[in-house]
Every structure is written in C-alpha cells, then in structure tokens.
Design a protein around this ligand. Structure first.
Ligand SMILES: [Zn+2]
Length: 363
C-alpha cells in the first residue's frame, strides 16, 4: 500500500475517534468531514508573548517591507500569467501546491511542514494583536477528515475599528513570521544534507540505466565513500562529459562495481534519495522552507481576505503621520493609488488570475 492511502486511512480513523468524542473536546463539525477544534494552547502562548510592546514596533517597521515583497509577488504573478497564456511557460507550472501532495510532496513531511507554517503564521497574528491590546477571542485548528488543513485566530471586534496602521501591523505579523522561519530553515537545510545516511537509487536513466537499477544503494564513486546527500551533491557538481566513473553499489548485500561513462551532456542519470529518519528530517525541513516562503508571499498580495489587503492599506497612513512635510505629501500621493477602492479592484484581478491559471493548468 502506498503512503498516501496509508495516511488517509490513519486520518479517517483519527477523525472517527475525534468525532465520537466531539462534545467533550469541543470539536464543531460541518458536513461530517470538516471540523473546527478550538484549543487553549494557542491562547496561552498568545497571552504570554503578547505582553511585550516590542511587537508593535516590529509590526509597523515590517509594513513597508511587506508591501515591497507583495508588490514583487504581484508583478511576478502577472508576468507568469502572461507567459502561461502565450505558451512560454508549461501548463503544469500553474498547478496549485495542493495537487502536488502525495505525488511530489511526501505526505508526512508535507503535513508537518504545512502545520508549522500555518501555526506560526496564526500565532504571530494573535501575539501582535494582543500587543496592541486587541482581544483574541479564540484559536484553533481546521480539520478535514482528521487532517490539519489550517489554523486560525479569531480577533475581537476592535480589530475592525482599529487604525489602519495597527491593522496593517497585525496583518503583516503572519507573513513576517513565515519569512523568519524560511530564513532559519536555510542553514538547517544545508546541515540536514550532511547527515550520514544510506542513499538509495530512486530513478535511473541513460547511461547508468545499463548497469544500475532502482533500489541499489550507492556505496562509493571513484574510491570516495558516499555517506551523505552532501557527498553525492558534491560529486554531481564535478561530473564531466564522456568520462569514465567507477561506481560501487550495494545490491542484495553484495558490493558490485561498474565503470560508467558519462553522457556528452555530462550526466550519469542517477537519482538518489536518503532513507528512514534522515529522509523524513530533510524532507520536513525542505518543505518547511518552501511552504513558509510561499505562504508569506502569497498572503502579501493586495487582495481580500489576504493579509496583504490590510498591510497595503496601512502604507499611506504610515507616511502621512510623519512630521516632515515632504514625507506627508508623499503619503498623500501614495493614497491616491493605494486606497480601499483600488485595493478592491486589485482583489478582483488577483483572484481572477489565481482562478484562471488553475483552470488553465487543468484544461
Ligand atoms: Zn494571515
């Protein structure tokens, strides 16, 4: 049985158990498959960390940074959709990440990574809101058949009437937290590549396919032991065209040696994957890196109900509050382009592009 089916069955079993005890754990269910589980854990963390006023400053400083990133993302998205329509970009490029689960993204590391990204994002909103004295009504996770689909914090009504600047700072907290996790995962990822592990061949193409097969374990290349993914990556960088390489592999507990000549493009055609807990670790870090990056940038697009809407909307006010007359004037000019009316039009544009490219990718 493949992992996706296994994960799905486990999830359904967990869901049935949760469903049976739903009243005692305060689980609200919708349509029999969706659930909202409110937890105290998130609220306690928000109470504790939200005491500090430093979050207010960080939130405000991050508004212009977040708008700049959101702007790059918006331009990029428009460019991508033009390339998609003109055929210079393959249709597959527009496939949403969800459809890649179980195929490109391994289930367990994928779900752990997604949970980390969403939880950190929502907690950050809660902590920043608390710091500004805005009540956090509840926090929890959204479930689909026992699988965590997302997390949420429910803010008090004061949020809606708060100053644009405060709303912007609270909204930028989520993407900002994701960017921090993204930056932390870069060195972690390089570290994970150096962990010692067996490297199993998962796919093999010309010219190596004449000798090697799936399931072989790479042992040594040109008398150098291959003990980690880093070792293999380092070797891969040095491959030259039409050159002979001595590859030792482990098959059925025997060491076999092959002399393989690289292709004229300088390729051997060997694809490897680490095994066991190291594979789980590398994959979890790898997808944590990607999900945090994507979640941060996507949320900064200037569209309701994304965070970007409030972040962009706050920018002119930030300038207008300054003492310097020139900066105030710049804020006024900026407000002609960035205001609730233009942001509402951008909302339409953004969602039409998203919807359009998804439909186009499946056609
Ligand atoms: Zn958010």
């Amino acid at each position: 049985m493949d992992t996706s089916k296994f994960v799905l069955i486990i999830a359904i079993i967990i869901w049935l158990i949760l469903y049976a005890i739903r009243d005692s754990i305060n689980l609200k269910t919708y349509g029999g498959i969706f659930g909202i589980l409110r937890t105290k854990l998130g609220l306690k963390t928000i109470e504790k960390l939200g005491k500090y006023k430093i979050w207010q400053k960080i939130g405000i400083i991050s508004i212009p940074i977040c708008v700049a990133l959101g702007f790059i993302m918006l331009l990029n998205m428009i460019l991508m959709s033009i390339k998609l329509l003109s055929g210079t970009l393959p249709k597959e490029a527009a496939k949403p990440v969800v459809f890649l689960f179980g195929d490109v993204i391994p289930w367990i590391p994928g779900i752990i990574a997604l949970l980390i990204a969403i939880t950190v994002h929502e907690l950050a909103h809660g902590i920043f809101a608390k710091s500004f004295g805005i009540k956090v009504k509840s926090s929890g996770i959204l479930l689909l058949l026992g699988l965590p689909l997302g997390a949420f914090v429910e803010l008090g009504d004061e949020f809606k009437t708060a100053k644009k600047k405060i709303r912007g700072a609270i909204a930028s907290a989520g993407p900002l937290a994701n960017l921090v996790i993204f930056l932390i995962s870069i060195p972690l990822l390089s570290f994970s590549y150096t962990l010692p592990t067996e490297l199993k061949i998962v796919d093999v193409k010309e010219p190596a396919s004449k000798f090697l097969q799936k399931g072989d374990v790479i042992y040594e290349i040109n008398n150098k032991k291959i003990k980690s993914l880093e070792d293999f990556k380092e070797f891969a960088k040095t491959i030259k065209p039409n050159k002979e390489y001595e590859v030792k592999i482990l098959r059925d507990e025997k060491i076999l040696t092959y002399k393989i000549v690289s292709s004229k493009e300088g390729k051997l055609g060997i694809m490897v994957s680490p095994k066991g807990s190291v594979a789980l670790f590398i994959n979890t870090i790898y997808w944590t890196y990607w999900f945090n990056f994507l979640l941060a940038l996507f949320n900064l697009l200037p569209a309701m109900p994304l965070d970007g809407f409030h972040v962009w909307n706050a920018l002119p006010e930030l300038f207008k509050e300054r003492k310097h007359r020139f900066i105030v004037r710049m804020g006024e000019i900026l407000e002609m382009f960035i205001n609730e009316r233009t942001l509402n039009s951008l909302t339409f544009l953004v969602w039409w592009i998203v919807l359009g490219s998804i439909l186009y990718s499946m056609w």
